[in-house]
Ligand binder design. Structure first.
Ligand code: PLP
Length: 381
């Protein structure tokens, strides 16, 4: 059996896959098992921050693998400690808990808010949000269609309409301990929240002594043109979660605590076998070092460039997003555009009914131009 047949027979049927088997990549290029080349504008859904097979990143991980790949969190390791210090220095946050995924980073955020709330347990999230697939993060996800098969769901979540401060206010009561949101709702169609709304939510949290929890699993790690998107919103979150692009292709989640929450979780109140393991942490430390002001400015500039190329095309209804997290509402169905792009050697994603672009942050202008030319043709077909 070939890879696709093996996978169809033995891997759980949770994913509807395209009939493509990728074998290797380099930078923003990927090759399938027939030797066909693709320009990757999806980055494994915002994971491959520096593209594929980046040599310096691979060397940093490899060197750590040859030192010690894993020890357990019963002991100290330099990469984890240095990564936590670097994240705190670059964000002003105070402490970090490491896990392995976005859902886990959010679980930690939810647990911390509940413990901090000391009896107040309700967390308000936004309609259309996506926070993960574990039972608690699925419940936090404001998409009832995803909840159906998994009852009973944990109590203590309410949902408010995005960009509607009156609606949010109406959801608050004495049981609420926190508001949790993505600043750009990724899975829902790359919807950017209004800055005024986000600031009003932050003020409301302060007024009612509630925590502001920001899910930067997808928006973080340079994706939106600053290290974290909240740095463009003029707010000071109490907790920020991230994962995806943090380690550039290895599984790593991080939950970052401000001073307001940094000592809530004490010994034994949370943990993870693999979280922050030295190999993943070494990869993340390398990614973080590469995400300097020049690269972040490039992310902003390339994001603008993509918008300019697509804006105003008859086949494009609207464009949303920040930095290199872009949603394109097209006249043709997004799903058809993805299939046609793959046929022409360009890998793009969907987000609900939009085409979603999440290229590697260091994609070259040459490959970007080549991919955009294909996309424009297909959008206009
Ligand atoms: N939060 C957001 C905003 C996401 O986009 C995702 C994944 O798409 C998650 C959480 C869940 O992350 P993971 O799949 O790593 O558990």
């Amino acid at each position: 059996m070939n890879t696709q047949q093996l996978s169809e027979q033995y891997v759980a049927t949770t994913y509807a896959r395209f009939p493509i088997t990728f074998t290797h990549g380099k930078g923003s290029l990927l090759w399938d098992d027939s030797g066909k080349e693709y320009i990757d504008l999806g980055s494994g859904i915002a994971v491959n921050t520096l593209g594929h097979a980046d040599e310096a990143w691979a060397n940093a991980v490899h060197a750590q693998l040859l030192n010690v790949a894993h020890t357990s969190n019963l002991y100290y390791t330099a990469p984890q400690a240095e990564l936590a210090a670097a994240l705190c220095t670059r964000t002003g946050m105070s402490r970090v808990f490491f896990s392995n995924s976005g859902a886990e980073a959010n679980e930690c955020m939810i647990k911390t808010a509940r413990k901090w709330g000391a009896g107040r347990s309700t967390i308000v999230t936004l309609e259309g949000s996506f926070h993960g697939r574990t039972i608690a993060t699925l419940t936090a996800t404001g998409q009832p269609a995803m909840h159906g098969d998994f009852a009973p769901l944990p109590a203590g979540f309410k949902y408010a309409k995005p960009n509607d401060i009156i609606d949010l206010q109406s959801k608050l009561d004495e049981t609420c301990c926190a508001v949790m949101m993505e600043l750009v709702q990724g899975e829902s169609g790359v919807l950017v929240l209004d800055k005024d709304y986000v600031q009003a939510v932050a003020a409301l949290c302060k007024k009612h002594n509630m925590l502001l929890l920001i899910d930067e699993v997808q928006t973080g790690n340079g994706r939106c043109g600053t290290l974290y998107a909240w740095q463009q919103f003029g707010i000071n979150p109490d907790i920020v979660s991230t994962a995806k692009g943090l380690a550039g292709g290895l599984p790593l989640g991080a939950t970052m605590f401000a001073t307001s929450t940094c000592d809530v979780l004490g010994h034994g109140s949370h943990g993870s076998t693999f979280g922050g393991n030295p190999a993943c942490a070494a990869g993340a430390l390398h990614v973080l070092n590469r995400l300097d002001d020049t690269l972040l400015a490039d992310v902003q500039a390339k994001g603008e460039y993509i918008r300019e190329k697509l804006q105003g095309l008859p086949g494009v209804k609207s464009i949303s997003g920040m930095g290199l997290m872009i949603g394109v509402e097209t006249v043709r169905p997004a799903k058809d555009i993805v299939v046609d792009c793959l046929a022409q050697g360009v890998a793009v994603l969907t987000a609900k009914d939009k085409v979603r672009l999440l290229p590697a942050l260091n994609i070259s202008m040459e490959l970007l131009d080549k991919a955009l030319a294909v996309l424009v043709d297909i959008v206009e077909a």
